[in-house]
Design a protein around this ligand. Structure first.
Ligand code: GUN
Ligand code: FE
Length: 434
């Protein structure tokens, strides 16, 4: 891989909820896929001299194209992909019983897994997801096949083997002992892939699927090995009530007692968190994966991202396939604006999320939520070049480009009208993956 230069309109976030636009810019990517320089195109020649660059591969973007950081999906269930669009007439717990577990338990069959995992990773890459945080299935062998598909197709990802000992069919649970043993096998299996872009993540399904002692053991494994953690929290009112009845404590406190709230933990949903629970998450530097499309499909509710932000909780976006039907973070950005706007109708002086806010959530916010903001999320020098090139003038797409647009307007068109047809190139760690 040689040195690459991309010249054109660039948009990225330089700080939380702060978007920077370079109307005519450049990025230089070194042989290792890291960002060597970024600036205004007028300074390119001087920078090249300073860096002593000779032969290089330069790509000049058109005026309908943008260079953006790659999109980050902080919550997606790969094995549920073939259920996308199904069962949304049922609320969460019924949907899990009627659709989700019945599909996920088929992943005992490894022939079935391979095809689906290749398809979901290919699909998310095509939509510009350069990093994904995946739930696998209960089976460590199948979850390893997911990690393998991710490695083969060149995505950056966390992959989790789900831990679940109850509240699911008898042939889709493990004993706590099996669960721990298979988690350790899974962690070793991912390490054996030897791909720095793919990391294991500790994945208790949610507080109703595992008991406290088991969660504590998973917390110890995460601590000893410095691993990330993911689970669900406060998604649905019935779920929250069952958790409170079972543990006689607030949802977030249960995870805290288990040692699962760390700065490397990402919790999906967080719709019904109390102010005390939000404060606790903020203190623990635990993040929320906001999954707006899923929250509507399953009739779960609306997460108040503005309130989380005001209380210092980091938020990223998740598709939550198959609670969400769409594998696209572009769609998640639009859904997040819609959810926030609906919330604003019922609140006084409430400023909903706008296109810049959701662009932050999709990029640097997602990177922070996954504690990867030292590596990815924007075009800071030294970070890995995870990026997408989008074009808002592509034939046969949803966008008709009929008059000139500023870079900010192109971004708005992408958020409200764009899809995978507008994502024309995708890079992970400097390597083209679409
Ligand atoms: N809570 C526990 N499991 C799941 C799941 O698979 N999807 C969603 N959306 N919520 C969950
Ligand atoms: Fe989920």
């Amino acid at each position: 891989m040689g040195v690459k230069i991309i010249v054109g309109q660039i948009i990225h976030c330089v700080a939380p909820y702060s978007v920077a636009v370079i109307d005519s810019g450049f990025v230089i990517i070194d042989e290792c896929g890291k960002i060597a320089a970024i600036g205004n195109a007028s300074d390119l020649e001087t920078t090249k001299k300073q860096l002593n660059l000779v032969a290089e591969d330069t790509l000049s973007l058109t005026k309908t194209q943008l260079l953006l950081p790659g999109f980050i999906d902080t919550h997606i269930h790969a094995p549920q992909y073939s259920n996308a669009g199904l069962g949304y007439d049922k609320p969460l717990l019924e949907w899990l019983d009627n659709y989700t577990y019945n599909l996920e338990k088929k992943y005992r069959d490894q022939n079935f897994c391979g095809t689906v995992f290749q398809a979901v990773v290919r699909k998310t890459l095509n939509h510009g997801t350069t990093t994904a945080c995946y739930f696998g299935s209960l089976f460590y062998e199948s979850s390893l096949l997911l990690a393998t598909a991710v490695a083969e197709l060149g995505q950056r990802a966390f992959v989790g083997k789900v831990n679940m000992t109850k509240l699911a069919p008898d042939d889709y649970v493990e004993t706590p002992e099996e669960s721990i043993e298979n988690t350790l096998k899974f962690i070793k299996g991912v390490a054996d892939l030897g791909n720095a872009l793919v990391q294991p993540i500790i994945t208790p399904r949610f507080a109703l699927s595992v008991d406290l002692e088991h969660m504590k053991k998973l917390g110890v494994i995460a601590k000893e090995r410095d691993l990330h953690i993911q689970t669900h929290i406060s998604e649905n009112k019935d779920e929250v009530e069952m958790v409170v009845q079972l543990y006689h404590d607030a949802y977030a406190n249960v995870y805290d007692k288990a040692g699962l709230l760390t700065s490397k933990t990402v919790l999906a949903h967080g719709i019904y968190l109390s102010e005390e629970e939000i404060k606790l998450l903020s203190e623990r530097q635990t993040s929320i994966a906001h999954c707006p499309e899923s929250n509507v499909n399953l009739g779960s509710g609306i997460c108040d991202v503005v309130n989380l932000r005001q209380n210092g909780v980091t938020v990223g976006l998740g598709t939550d396939v198959a609670g969400g039907a769409s594998p696209s973070i572009i769609n998640a950005m639009k859904s997040a604006i819609s959810a926030s706007t609906h919330l604003s109708f019922t609140k006084e002086n409430y400023k909903p999320l706008n296109y810049e806010d959701v662009f932050y959530l999709a990029t640097l916010g997602g990177a922070k939520a996954l504690s990867l903001d030292d590596k990815i999320g924007n075009f800071q020098i030294g970070k890995s070049f995870d990026a997408v090139i989008v074009d808002l003038d592509v034939e046969n797409s949803s966008v008709d480009y009929l008059s000139d647009c500023t870079p900010q307007e192109l971004l708005q068109k992408l958020v409200f009208l764009g899809d995978d047809r507008n994502v024309i190139k995708v890079y992970v760690n400097g390597k083209i993956v679409k």
